[in-house]
Design a protein around this ligand. Structure first.
Ligand code: NDP
Length: 347
């Protein structure tokens, strides 16, 4: 019989930054699948900034209620089907789902997608070829609408979404400029990912550094962080700039709403700022998978993962994500990946 199921549950709602005491490790029996159900063993758990909002009381921006205290933390997962009473998902298959911060979960199969480990490492389904990659794809191509020769700036450039945004901008013939939080990340973004330039927003004045990196101004600013970086980018936008507003991570743990940036340049430049949520754009999933899988296989889309081993380390890793301590797509390896050697080394 299986081990006990290990779970991370929400113990208290954070005020400001989450703390380790807001989480609790729990154990429960591993459930047995009923008719039509499968038992999934978690291999990888994705840690994402949106989870901070799910820890608060009330509704999430997707419309549903946030989880109650005592619930298992929500999260995207890659799992192995270890027992099946559902012929669509046979034992031994691998699935992308949302089983949350736990080692085992039952599912009826709704919303699951089968993964082929021969196509790409399983973990990429949570990063470059998953929700963050798709966010970059629809946000940049459909809202940013970059044209060859234009300048695209993206914040959190070394992260899961930002790293894909800049590489797609380059593939579309644009100048790609990143903003990141350390010199190590800055070097990675330029040398490994092929951005034209990257600015470390923690070393010195941001606006002059950004102006130097964008001699022709900014045509698309893909915002992942809000706050000071957004304020600096706005001062450099061109006529009819587009601003996909993807995330505001600098203020997710703010207790009071911070003072906003000056939006006057938005008005005078007739710029477009559009907020978007990737889950509203699922009609683009097939295009994203087709196009990005091709670029990925051709080596034109590189990625980096920051893999933490062990479910019990998920809380500290998540707290670190909100402080910029991750370097690449943050994943927790919850269980063994039997396919890990089926594909080549990671970029
Ligand atoms: P990342 O892998 O980019 O990790 C988060 C990064 O944000 C950190 O590494 C850090 O990088 C940066 N960061 C953290 N705190 C701050 C701060 N105070 N100021 C500036 N930067 C900060 O995460 P993702 O790629 O998964 O997510 C990036 C953004 O995209 C988030 O805002 C997220 O909420 C958003 N998102 C939105 C979606 C949508 O549908 N709209 C879907 C998916 C993600 P650094 O060291 O460079 O500061």
């Amino acid at each position: 019989m299986q081990n006990l199921n290990r779970q991370v549950v929400l113990r208290s709602r954070p005020r400001g930054e989450p703390r380790p005491s807001d989480f609790e490790l729990a154990e429960a029996p591993v459930p047995a699948p009923g008719e039509g159900e499968i038992l999934c063993r978690t291999i990888y758990l994705s840690l994402d900034p949106y989870m901070r909002g799910r820890m608060d009381e009330g509704r999430s921006y997707t419309g549903g209620m946030n989880p109650a205290l005592g619930s298992v933390m929500v999260g995207g997962t890659v799992s192995e089907v270890i027992a099946s009473r559902n012929p669509a998902f046979p034992e031994g298959s691998f699935v992308l789902g949302a089983n949350g911060w736990q080692a085992y979960a039952l599912s009826r199969g709704a919303g699951l997608r089968t993964l082929d480990p021969r196509q790409a490492a399983l973990s990429t389904a949570l990063g470059v070829l998953g929700m963050p990659g798709m966010t970059a794809y629809v946000g940049l191509l459909d809202i940013g609408r970059p044209k060859p020769g234009e300048t695209v700036v993206v914040s959190a450039a070394a992260g899961a979404v930002g790293s894909v945004v800049g590489q797609l901008a380059r593939l579309k013939g644009c100048r790609a400029v990143g903003v990141a939080g350390s010199d190590e990340k800055r070097a990675y973004v330029v040398k490994e990912l092929g951005f034209d330039a990257c600015v470390n927003y923690k070393s010195g004045a941001l606006r002059p550094a950004l102006r130097e990196a964008c001699p022709n101004g900014i045509d698309v600013y893909f915002d992942n962080v809000g706050g000071d970086v957004l304020a600096a980018a706005l001062t450099l936008i061109n006529l009819r700039a587009r601003i996909p507003l993807c995330g505001l991570i600098s203020q997710y743990s703010a207790i009071e709403p911070p003072a906003g940036p000056n939006l006057r340049p938005v008005l005078t430049n007739r710029a477009l700022i559009q907020g978007f949520i990737v889950s509203d754009h699922m009609d683009r999933l097939a295009d994203f998978l087709d196009e990005c899988t091709r670029w990925f296989r051709d080596g034109k889309l590189k990625y980096r993962e920051d893999v933490v081993i062990g479910l019990e380390r998920a809380p500290e890793a998540f707290i670190g994500l909100l402080r910029g301590q991750n370097f690449g797509k943050l994943l927790v390896k919850v269980g063994e990946d039997p396919t890990a050697r089926a594909v080549g080394p990671r970029a």
